[in-house]
Design a protein around this ligand. Structure first.
Ligand SMILES: Cc1cc2nc3c(=O)[nH]c(=O)nc-3n(C[C@H](O)[C@H](O)[C@H](O)COP(=O)(O)OP(=O)(O)OC[C@H]3O[C@@H](n4cnc5c(N)ncnc54)[C@H](O)[C@@H]3O)c2cc1C
Length: 304
């Protein structure tokens, strides 16, 4: 038995609010469903998370927190332990509207979107249709053409790599395009305070019509990881990666079990049990072709 396995078995016994699963099949834990196996630690409360991260630091165990796995390509054998948060949350909190919301990082944005639709929360339309946990969305500053989640957040509570709970009060520069500027490697968001801009009965219609628009333009019934590239700029011109993939004629291009979506050039679809090396090969090929043909360097949006 390896040293890391021994340590994890000991922690499994000593920290009440964790569950360790060895040789866990991660295929269904990411939305693109690449074949993947590794060690999963489910954490049920914040004190257990603090204890766990302290021990990880002492024992030099590498870890990564996973939300809904909607923006990550998981390697075939995970080189780090995956931490997944499953804190208790009393769902009746969302039976009524509030002025501000204290929410756990593991809550799904789809739950928040339903709440916003029901109560017409102005501002929350910016997260429409994004598959994510709140923690993952904060990490990525997830957004749509309507805006970004960073606009809604006033405070973020996280545990740092030495197991200490910290609070970040959101300022002007806390977020930028598809990233936060305050979390350091190893920090795990545990909760956040969300604001809204009042109640507006038109919001529900706006959310529904935006969802329909997404349904028409994105392959939402396929295994994908959302947009693989960030949009870019060439001088003053903004360049949409999906459009460039389309004009170089690579929609539908297939490599083994993964292909460029016919519906949206910035999406890859895993249609037949693909894996990390194959998917990375296709992403790098697209990136190279776009650079060669248009001189535009598109950065990967998906974590890999
Ligand atoms: C069909 C589809 C459509 C999409 N559309 C959009 C879109 O319109 N806009 C958009 O922005 N994105 C979109 N995405 C991408 C994805 O939904 C977002 O990037 C989202 O923020 C990922 O959240 P997650 O919980 O799945 O994070 P994961 O993919 O699980 O993790 C992503 C990163 O966040 C980190 N992370 C996760 N949880 C925490 C936490 N609690 N604390 C600290 N770090 C954490 C992880 O370690 C990892 O580095 C789409 C994806 C799919 C599959």
């Amino acid at each position: 038995m390896g040293q890391q396995t021994k340590v994890l078995e000991k922690l499994n016994k000593n920290i009440e609010g964790i569950e360790v699963h060895f040789q866990h099949d991660f295929t269904k834990l990411s939305t693109i469903r690449l074949n993947s196996v590794g060690t999963l630690v489910i954490v049920k409360d914040k004190n257990s998370l603090c204890d766990l991260l302290k021990e990880f630091k002492n024992e030099k165990i590498e870890y990564k927190v996973l939300g809904q796995g909607a923006n990550i390509l998981l390697p075939e054998v995970l080189p780090w332990v995956v931490v997944q948060l499953k804190f208790d949350f009393d769902k009746s909190y969302l039976n009524e509207a509030h002025e501000s919301y204290d929410l756990p990082a593991s809550i799904s944005l789809s739950v928040l979107s339903s709440h916003a639709t029901k109560f017409g929360l102005s501002g929350w339309e910016v997260i429409t249709g994004i598959p994510a946990s709140l923690g993952g969305a904060i990490y990525m500053n997830a957004g749509t053409s309507l805006g970004e989640i960073g606009e809604l957040i006033s405070e973020v509570e996280y545990v740092d790599e030495s197991g200490k709970i910290k609070t970040h009060k959101v300022e002007k520069n806390s977020f930028s395009y598809r990233k936060n500027n305050f979390l350091k490697k190893g920090d795990i968001v545990i909760s956040a305070k969300l604001l809204h801009k009042g109640e507006d009965p038109k919001i529900s219609k706006k959310i529904k019509s935006y969802l329909e628009k997404r349904n028409q333009s994105q392959p939402l019934n396929k295994f994908t990881c959302g947009c693989i590239f960030k949009n870019s700029t060439l001088g003053d011109i903004s360049c949409r990666a999906g459009h460039y993939v389309d004009i170089i004629g690579m929609k539908g291009f297939t490599l083994g079990g993964v292909r460029v979506s016919h519906k949206h050039g910035n999406f890859l679809e895993n249609f037949n049990g693909s894996n990390y090396p194959e998917t990375m090969q296709l992403m790098k090929l697209l990136q190279k072709e776009m650079k060669l043909q248009y001189g535009v360097e598109f950065e990967f949006e998906v974590e890999h």
